[in-house]
Design a protein around this ligand. Structure first.
Ligand SMILES: Cc1cc2nc3c(=O)[nH]c(=O)nc-3n(C[C@H](O)[C@H](O)[C@H](O)COP(=O)(O)OP(=O)(O)OC[C@H]3O[C@@H](n4cnc5c(N)ncnc54)[C@H](O)[C@@H]3O)c2cc1C
Length: 374
């Protein structure tokens, strides 16, 4: 086999599809037995992703234009309204199913219920399946990537932990809006949120684990009890959660034995914690570099997959992440939301929430004759 992709999240499935389209033999493995279980994301797609990638409309909830930012008191939120649809919440089980079909139609094999446990000199070992030989391994195995460690590549060190509940709501009971609560008591260093897709509500919190003494699950239940904008459950409650890397794209992402994509590569906006757009955008570069390298054997091509170059574009966001992390008391959070009420504050908030800069465009890095185009 040419390429083994470890992880059938959005990054792994999209990379596999692009590689198979270049006539490489590709297998994807995931330890999950079903792509509808163990989902670790809210599934909010931003406008830029929806503009640039083809996601099936029927898997996306209604457009959201309103963001309400609440201080810890939950009183008098700052409301920001865009004149465009900024966010849509996806049915993620449907999105993974769609991405799997697209990868398979391109020629990739997707095998579930198989856990990667290690690789050396081209031989890859699994729990749940016989070993295989692969010329190249793509680590799309999430924030705590085992592939990254085995390949001697960089690993994520700065992480938030997020958790959410998802439940059906009675249709027509809410107006599409994204409610964000800045409250370090329940979400130290990040936010609590409520958003719905018209059919399901998502209520979540994320923050630095060190600041969550009672644990993320307990804080989520506390937040959910009176979260603003939450509609009553009209069916069973599903729980989601996981780590979110926020230290910026890792520097060393590729070596002759493999490379990293998605969360495994730290490809998440350090400020907004959005990682779905980077999964899709970075996979394009990962697939082009992999195919170019496997076709020519020229290791210099791997240097085009340069985390350092992408990281440089994140400087402002990494700085704002530090500011965000520094909001440690309810009084500081009240003051921060008060600042956002003014004209300058609203401008900054609108730029972060409605801007186009969630993840750098990989276009300039793709523009190399050595890189393989389908
Ligand atoms: C609570 C929460 C909410 C979020 N909400 C949003 C949001 O609304 N919008 C947004 O843009 N971003 C969001 N993010 C971030 C975003 O979800 C991630 O950045 C993105 O899903 C990462 O995709 P991925 O394919 O890299 O990794 P994952 O989706 O984590 O996929 C990794 C896959 O690898 C598999 N795997 C791991 N180890 C092994 C192994 N050893 N063998 C085999 N398989 C293995 C796992 O089972 C998993 O399926 C959220 C994150 C969290 C935690």
């Amino acid at each position: 086999m040419d390429v083994l992709v470890v992880g059938a999240g959005l990054a792994g499935l999209h990379t596999a599809r692009l590689l198979a389209r270049r006539d490489l033999s590709v297998m994807v493995v995931d330890s999950r037995r079903s792509l509808s279980s163990g989902i670790r994301t809210t599934g909010i797609f931003v406008r830029r992703t929806l503009d640039d990638f083809d996601l099936p409309d029927h898997l996306l909830g209604p457009g959201v234009r309103d963001v309400l930012l609440y201080p810890p008191s939950r009183r008098a939120p700052v409301r920001l309204t865009s004149d465009r649809d900024e966010y849509r919440v996806a049915d993620m089980a449907g999105v993974y199913g769609h991405a799997r079909r697209a990868a398979e139609e391109a020629g990739a094999r997707v095998v579930l219920g198989v856990r990667y446990i290690g690789a050396s000199t081209g031989l890859v070992r699994f729990a749940g399946a016989e070993p295989v030989t692969a010329r190249f391994v793509v680590g799309a195995d999430g924030a705590r990537s085992r592939v990254a460690r085995d390949l001697g590549l960089d690993v994520n060190r700065r992480m938030l932990v997020g958790a959410e509940i998802v439940h059906p709501i009675a249709s027509g009971t809410t107006d599409p809006a994204f409610h964000c609560v800045l409250d370090p008591r329940v979400a130290p260093g990040y936010l609590g949120w409520v958003i719905d897709d018209g059919r399901h509500a998502h209520v979540g919190v994320a923050g630095y684990p060190g600041g969550m003494r009672t644990g993320v699950r307990h804080l989520l239940d506390e937040f959910a009890a009176d979260a603003p904008g939450r509609a009553a459950p009209a069916g069973p409650i599903e729980r989601r959660g996981g780590p979110i890397p926020v230290g910026g794209v890792l520097r060393r992402l590729a070596c002759p034995a493999g490379l990293l994509v998605g969360d495994a590569a730290g490809a998440v906006s350090p400020l907004t914690a959005g990682g779905l757009d980077p999964c899709l955008r970075m996979s394009e570069l990962a697939a082009a570099v992999t195919a170019g390298y496997l076709r020519t054997g020229d290791q210099r091509i791997l240097s085009r997959y340069d985390g350092g170059a992408l990281r440089a574009r994140f400087r402002g966001r990494l700085l704002l992440r530090r500011v965000f992390a520094g909001i440690r008391s309810p009084a500081a959070a009240e003051a921060a939301v008060a600042l956002l009420r003014g004209r300058a504050g609203r401008r900054v908030a609108a730029r972060v929430l409605f801007g186009d800069g969630s993840f750098p465009d990989v276009g300039p890095l793709l523009a190399s004759p050595a890189i393989d185009h389908p």
